[in-house]
Design a protein around this ligand. Structure first.
Ligand code: SAH
Length: 227
């Protein structure tokens, strides 16, 4: 038999008695209702809890208590919404350039969740978040270039990646962005048995003001490419 939702949540380190399950049910129903009109997710509803909620929380224990968290390219709110739902100690800011998924996310308000529309490279906010994360935003080097500047010195950049990214993680030197790779966390998404990876970067010095570069340049010459 498959484990229950409370059991799965507990496996991420979250006490199932500490969360509001009705809010989650409302989020899930809203996501699949909106999904009939606006393309928000390709994950079938039977897999919603594992592929969206547990996947968003798989590395939540790496986020220090009380952190200001920035989620870049949140789409309909992953990992931002599950993080804010499960970790009431966090203050989560969810950013995306696209208005449609954010209109859904704004309909699912949480007291510790802030929703912002804009492009990460135009955010103009530097050194103000304790943790910067993101799932399925862009290739690793691009995600890191977008994530480094908003992260405070002493804070953490925690990109949610897959096993296929390990060689790219090992090859990329993040010091140009003021980051240091501390370790690579590898975990398995339950039921799906899919490998997930979170490289743990510490921001050690202020990111040079040259980064992030304008989008056209980031795309044309991602950091670490030889051209
Ligand atoms: N994080 C969500 C959505 C991933 S899809 C999830 O895991 O389900 C990628 C999202 O990143 C899209 O919603 C897209 O609009 C957004 N995005 C891509 N580049 C961006 C940028 N430079 N700034 C802000 N958002 C961006």
């Amino acid at each position: 038999m498959e484990p229950t939702r409370p059991q799965l949540l507990l496996s991420t380190g979250i006490d199932p008695d500490s969360v509001d399950w009705d809010l989650l049910a409302r989020f899930e129903a809203g996501l699949y209702e909106w999904n009939q009109r606006v393309n928000l997710t390709r994950v079938p509803r039977e897999r919603f809890f594992v592929r969206h909620v547990i996947d968003s929380l798989l590395f939540q224990d790496l986020i220090p208590s009380g952190s200001r968290v920035l989620d870049l390219g949140t789409g309909p709110g992953f990992p931002a919404w599950p993080l804010a739902w499960a970790r009431q100690d966090l203050h989560v800011t969810a950013l995306d350039s696209s208005g449609k998924p954010l209109a859904f996310l704004r309909s699912q308000a949480l007291p510790n969740l802030e929703v912002l529309q804009g492009r990460a490279e135009e955010l103009g906010v530097s050194e103000s978040f304790d943790v910067v994360t993101g799932r399925a935003l862009a290739p690793l080097a691009i995600q890191l270039e977008l994530s480094a500047s908003p992260c405070a010195v002493g804070g953490w950049v925690l990109p949610l990646r897959t096993a296929s990214d390990v060689s790219a993680i090992e090859a990329f030197d993040p010091r140009v962005l003021g980051l240091e790779l501390v370790r690579i966390e590898r975990r398995t998404l339950p039921i799906e048995e899919a490998a997930r990876v979170c490289p743990v970067y510490r921001k050690i010095v202020t990111t040079p003001t040259d980064y992030p570069r304008p989008w056209a340049e980031i795309r044309k010459r991602p950091l670490g490419s030889s051209t």
